[in-house]
Design a protein around this ligand. Structure first.
Ligand code: HEC
Ligand code: HEC
Length: 276
């Protein structure tokens, strides 16, 4: 635009003003050069920002689990684009799809103990998306002893494509969080001691850690936490060859001596409900 101004100013005029106009003009052109080079550099830098400063994206939101293990910076950039899509979708789009989910997981995603369906509200979107993809792909919910996972799997299969998954996840992400009530009577103090190991990945307040692919646990009901720990320990979960993240979690559950230890940990995690 400044070039345009310069052209107008350089129209033949009387000789007195011409010289000063020209120096003003070269100043504008110089400014233009610096400004646009800076802008260009900034725009080129943007896609790499996530890679350099730690993106919000876990490895493995992609449906192709094979590529997960050798995630190059390029893969990470692609994945962050996929996650960004989850965030910009209007939650209203997923409302209709969530109607089905609400019959088990509750209208507000608060979960339903009688139906064995965990709370979904308060869980991170990247984790929800990854689980739905795992159910759909048969990476979760196909083990012959996974009674509850097998109830969930057909529901994930109803979400026909990634766009549908993104929509329903965006809807769940804005549901209000209800702190779960303890049902198993575990010992919080004992649980606090054994939770030290878990904190390395799930965070001190069980708030989750996207960079380690570890979900938030703080808003999950205690019975669900114990059942998943049992599933990991017995190999019902975390043994499918494509379940990369589950295979990281499984040895942690195997460290826990018995069901009482699991109940204690769940009681401690519940005591962190709602903590940021
Ligand atoms: C028939 C009841 C039922 C319906 C309907 C249902 N689910 Fe589930 N869902 C379950 C059960 C039961 C589990 C727990 C499985 C387990 O214990 O391993 C579960 C687990 C999940 C999980 C894993 C949670 C975690 O913390 O790992 C997600 C995510 C999920 N459901 C999302 C959905 C969505 C989205 C819908 C709707 C498209 C839906 N569910 C519909 C019963 C249901
Ligand atoms: C090395 C890191 C790591 C450690 C340490 C770890 N976990 Fe995990 N955990 C994970 C990952 C990764 C997942 C997600 C698996 C997936 O995406 O399928 C997970 C999943 C879980 C789940 C399932 C959550 C859900 O919504 O279904 C529970 C419960 C859990 N962990 C509890 C624990 C407890 C309790 C401990 C300590 C004894 C622990 N974890 C230690 C990495 C870890």
């Amino acid at each position: 635009m400044n070039f345009f101004i310069c052209n107008i100013m350089n129209q033949p005029k009387d000789h007195k003003t011409r010289a000063s106009d020209e120096s003003f003009c070269s100043l504008l052109v110089g400014f233009n050069f610096i400004f646009f080079t800076g802008l260009l550099a900034f725009m080129l830098f943007l896609p790499f920002q996530a890679v350099l400063f730690g993106s919000d994206t876990p490895h493995g939101t992609d449906a192709s689990h094979e590529e997960v293990s050798d995630a190059s910076p390029a893969t990470t950039a692609e994945l962050s684009a996929a996650t960004a899509v989850v965030e910009v979708i209007a939650p209203a789009a997923g409302k209709a799809a969530y109607m089905v989910c609400s019959t088990c997981h509750g209208a507000e995603g608060e979960g339903n103990t009688a139906l064995n369906a965990p709370a979904l509200a308060g869980q991170q979107d990247w984790y929800l998306k990854r689980q739905l993809i795992k159910y759909k792909d048969g990476v979760r919910g196909t083990h012959p002893d996974d009674i509850y996972g097998m109830q969930m799997r057909p529901m994930a299969m109803m979400l026909t494509d990634e766009a549908k998954i993104d929509e329903v996840v965006a809807y769940i992400a804005q549901l209000p969080v209800t702190a779960p009530l303890p049902t198993l009577g575990g010992d919080v103090a004992k649980g606090a001691a054994s939770y030290a190991l878990c904190a390395a990945c799930h965070g001190p307040d069980a708030e989750g850690n996207v960079l380690l692919n570890a979900p938030a646990l703080q808003n999950l009901p205690d019975w669900y936490i114990v059942r998943q720990l049992q599933n990991y320990k017995s190999g019902v979960r975390g043994t499918h060859p494509k379940d990369i993240e589950g295979m990281q979690m499984r040895p942690m559950a195997m460290v826990l001596a018995d069901e009482q230890a699991m109940k204690d940990i769940a009681a401690f995690i519940n005591s962190k409900a709602g903590a940021e």
